[in-house]
Design a binder for this molecule. Structure first.
Ligand SMILES: C[S@@+](CC[C@H](N)C(=O)[O-])C[C@H]1O[C@@H](n2cnc3c(N)ncnc32)[C@H](O)[C@@H]1O
Length: 266
């Protein structure tokens, strides 16, 4: 549990960032998050694996973007509580001059944002407390740190499922990607029902009763449509375990109910 509760934190309702932190083995969560997290674990036994695979996907995608793709600027929306291998740490390990802007709207993430502002001396990190539903404010805030004349990689991991309306989700992505120059990238992942079906559906139903903000699943085809107008980086939308996995003697990794992709603005 956090040492003391910062003001503005509701410890009676489970929050997305805190429950995610619990599944990742962090300490920035409350009793209510652990209780809801454990109940979801009963409904969906691989949820902890999903959270950990999400972070591994983040690592592989950011290494691809900072390495092969040569991107030097990152806009990480729905950042979550600081944990191991945050976006700037992964990017700056490869290219110390990387500039990274984090965005979240959870008050506890804001309270812990200092831990994200640990840039390499050559690079920069910044944090914006803002809502994904207000992409104009995010772009204006990010422009203080990022040069929108140069490619930017927008990452939205585990956050778009909180935007329930399809038109709104498309409008947000459209607004963000229109502001990016060619050679920029979008990376996102999202819960599906492809692998665990009813178990994931029940877990989301439970989350929507006891957690906040509410969320939903989408199909892989719906997730693919978020990349319309972008060139999908191989292998396209897949279970994130199968997005450019590290070679393993055990062969192809098992699929999980988190699908994701990386797309490039042509
Ligand atoms: C499941 S966590 C994912 C954290 C991190 N991106 C990761 O993949 O490990 C979802 C995050 O999105 C944030 N979030 C939810 N709705 C948001 C919104 N409307 N605007 C900004 N952030 C939001 C939550 O506060 C939380 O930190």
């Amino acid at each position: 549990m956090p040492d003391e509760t910062p003001s503005g934190i509701d410890t009676t309702v489970s929050h997305s960032a805190r429950i995610w932190d619990y599944w990742l083995g962090g300490k920035d969560n409350y009793q209510v998050d652990r209780e809801v997290g454990d109940r979801i674990g009963e409904l969906l036994p691989d949820i902890v694996k999903q959270a950990r695979e999400d972070r591994k996907f983040l690592g592989r995608a950011v290494r691809y973007l900072a390495g092969e793709a040569g991107v030097r600027q990152f806009l990480d929306i729905g950042t979550g509580l600081p944990t191991a291998d945050n976006t700037h740490e992964v990017a700056q390990r490869l290219t110390p001059g990387s500039r990274v802007v984090y965005v979240d709207n959870d008050p506890l993430v804001l309270a812990h944002a200092r831990a994200l502002l640990t840039s390499s001396p050559e690079g920069v990190t910044d944090y914006i407390h803002a809502d994904l539903r207000d992409p104009g404010a995010i772009l204006a805030g990010a422009a203080q740190t990022l040069d929108f004349g140069q490619p930017v990689a927008v990452t939205m991991l585990g956050v778009l499922w909180h935007v329930l309306d399809n038109d709104e989700a498309h409008a947000i992505i459209g607004r963000l990607t229109r502001a990016l120059p060619p050679g920029s990238y979008l990376t996102l992942n999202h819960p599906t029902l492809e692998v665990t079906g009813e178990k994931m559906a029940k877990a989301i139903e439970y989350w929507n009763q006891y957690g906040t903000p509410p969320g939903r699943h989408r199909t892989p085809a719906e997730i693919a449509r978020f990349f319309d107008g972008l060139d999908l980086v191989e292998p396209g939308p897949v279970s994130i375990t199968r997005w450019r996995p590290e070679p393993a003697p055990s062969g192809e990794p098992e699929e999980i109910d988190q699908f994701g992709a990386v797309g490039r603005k042509p």
